[in-house]
Ligand binder design. Structure first.
Ligand SMILES: Nc1ncnc2c1ncn2[C@@H]1O[C@H](COP(=O)(O)OP(=O)(O)O)[C@@H](O)[C@H]1O
Ligand code: SF4
Ligand SMILES: [Mg+2]
Length: 368
C-alpha cells in the first residue's frame, strides 16, 4: 500500500527508531518494512514499518486490543506467516530462514507472553524449564544447567532455591519472572515483551517493570514492549508507535509523543491513563465506540467513525503516515492542528479551531 512505501522512503528516523538520537551509523537490530499479515479476510497488520536500534533500547507498541500488536511481535519472531513486507535482523532478512539459521535466530530473539503459563510447563520444575532452554541451545554443558538456572533466577530477583519448585507453587509475578529468566537464559539480543504485566496485580506489575528496566541496562537489551497502557512506556521506551487497526497512527520519541500527541487517537489513549491524565480518574476521557470491524475497515481514515475531529475529507481520503516534527510521524489530516492544540500535562483545557470540533475534545468529554 502507498502508506507503507511512503514510510520506508521516509528513512530511518521515520520508522520509529531514533536513529537521529545516538547511533546514526549502526544498522538497526530490527528493521520491519511494509509488513502485512492477513488472517483470512482480516488484515491484522496492514503496512507497518518499524525500526529498533541495538540495545539498550525500548520501542513501545501501544493500542487497543485487536490493533495488531501481538501479530507484529509474533511476525518479528517468525511465528506467523507474513503476507508482505520485509523483516531484517542485524541487516539480514529473516523471512526465508530455515534449519540451523532459523534455530540461531530463535535463540537471538525471544518472546515473553502476557500469561507466563503459556511458556512454562506446569509439570516441570522451574529449574528443569530453564535447563531445557539452556540445553536446546547448548548455552552451558548439561552438568552446569541447574547451577546456571539458579543464577538466572537470582538475576530476576528470585531465590535460586526456586529451581526445585513447580509453577503452581509460585505467584503470578514470580512465574512471570521465571518466564523472563527462561527467555534471558539463551542470551537473546531482541526481546518481545507482549503485555508482560497485564495479568498481574498492581504491585507485581511495578516490580516486573523495575526488573525490565534493570535488565535492559545490565544486558544491553533491545525490546519491543507491547501494551495497551500508556502508563508503563515512559520509563522503559525511547520510542513509541501507536497502532490502530493494524496501522501506525503515530510514532515518535515517547516523551514528546505523550506530552503533545499529534493524532487524536493517541490523545484519547493518553487521556484514558489516570496517572498521566490531568483530570481526576472519574472525569477522564473515554474513547467512544469500539474499533471498526477489521474485516471491513471504514473508507478514508480508519479512525474516522470514532474521531471527534473528523471532517468530510476524513471519510474519503486515507491519511498517509507523514513527518510532523523531529523524528515524528502521524497519519492524520489534521495532525498540525492536533499538535498545536495538544496541551502538555498538566495543562489548560482544549482550544477550539475553525473547522469541526475543537481538537481538545472528544465525543465523550466530560463538561468542562
Ligand atoms: N490466529 C489468528 N487467527 C485469526 N485472526 C487472528 C489471529 N490472531 C490475531 N487475529 C486477528 O488479528 C487482529 C490483530 O490481533 P492481535 O495482533 O492479537 O492484536 P492485539 O495484540 O493488538 O490485541 C485481530 O482482529 C485479531 O482478531
Ligand atoms: S481528524 Fe480525520 S484524519 Fe485525523 S484521525 Fe480524525 S478522522 Fe482521522
Ligand atoms: Mg495482543
Amino acid at each position: 500500500m502507498s502508506r507503507g512505501s511512503a514510510m520506508s522512503r521516509g528513512g530511518a528516523m521515520s520508522r520509529g527508531g531514533a536513529m537521529g538520537q545516538g547511533s546514526p551509523a549502526a544498522a538497526p537490530l530490527l528493521d520491519i518494512a511494509d509488513l502485512v499479515v492477513r488472517f483470512g479476510p482480516v488484515r491484522a497488520v496492514d503496512g507497518v514499518s518499524l525500526l529498533l536500534p541495538a540495545g539498550p533500547y525500548g520501542l513501545a507498541l501501544v493500542g487497543e486490543s485487536g490493533s495488531g500488536k501481538t501479530t507484529i511481535g509474533r511476525a518479528a519472531l517468525r511465528l506467523v506467516t507474513t503476507g508482505g513486507g520485509t523483516i531484517r535482523f542485524a541487516g539480514k532478512d529473516i523471512t526465508g530462514l530455515r534449519g540451523r539459521a532459523l534455530k540461531d535466530y530463535r535463540r537471538a530473539a525471544q518472546i515473553v507472553f502476557q500469561d507466563p503459563d503459556n511458556s512454562l510447563d506446569p509439570r516441570m520444575r522451574v529449574g528443569g524449564s530453564i535447563a531445557e532452554a539452556l540445553a536446546a541451545h547448548r548455552i552451558v554443558p548439561r552438568g552446569q544447567a541447574r547451577e546456571q538456572a539458579g543464577k538466572l533466577l537470582a538475576e530476576v530477583g528470585l531465590d535460586p532455591a526456586f529451581v526445585a519448585r513447580y509453577p503452581h507453587q509460585l505467584s503470578g509475578g514470580q512465574r512471570q519472572r521465571v518466564a523472563i529468566a527462561r527467555a534471558l537464559s539463551v542470551q537473546p539480543r531482541l526481546l518481545v515483551l507482549d503485555e508482560p504485566t497485564s495479568a498481574l496485580d498492581v504491585r507485581a506489575q511495578a516490580a516486573i517493570l523495575r526488573l525490565i528496566g534493570a535488565l535492559r541496562t545490565q544486558r544491553s537489551l533491545s525490546y519491543l514492549l507491547i501494551t495497551h497502557n500508556f502508563g508503563i512506556v515512559s520509563e522503559l521506551c525511547e520510542q513509541t508507535a501507536v497502532l490502530y487497526l493494524g496501522r501506525v497512527a503515530e510514532s515518535g520519541p515517547t516523551g514528546v509523543l505523550l506530552d503533545r500527541p499529534a493524532h487524536p487517537y493517541t490523545r484519547a489513549l493518553r487521556a484514558a491513563v489516570p496517572e498521566l491524565g490531568r483530570r481526576a480518574p472519574a472525569a477522564r476521557l473515554i474513547l467512544p465506540g469500539e474499533p471498526a470491524d477489521a474485516t471491513s475497515p471504514p473508507p478514508g481514515c480508519v479512525f474516522h467513525p470514532r474521531c471527534p475531529l473528523a471532517v468530510d475529507r476524513c471519510r474519503t481520503e486515507v491519511p498517509l503516515l507523514r513527518p510532523v516534527g523531529p523524528g515524528r510521524m502521524a497519519a492524520c489530516h489534521r495532525a498540525e492542528e492536533v499538535l498545536a492544540t495538544s496541551s502538555a500535562w498538566p495543562g489548560p483545557g482544549p482550544a477550539s479551531t475553525a473547522e469541526g470540533n475543537p481538537p481538545g475534545s472528544t465525543a465523550a468529554a466530560p463538561p468542562a
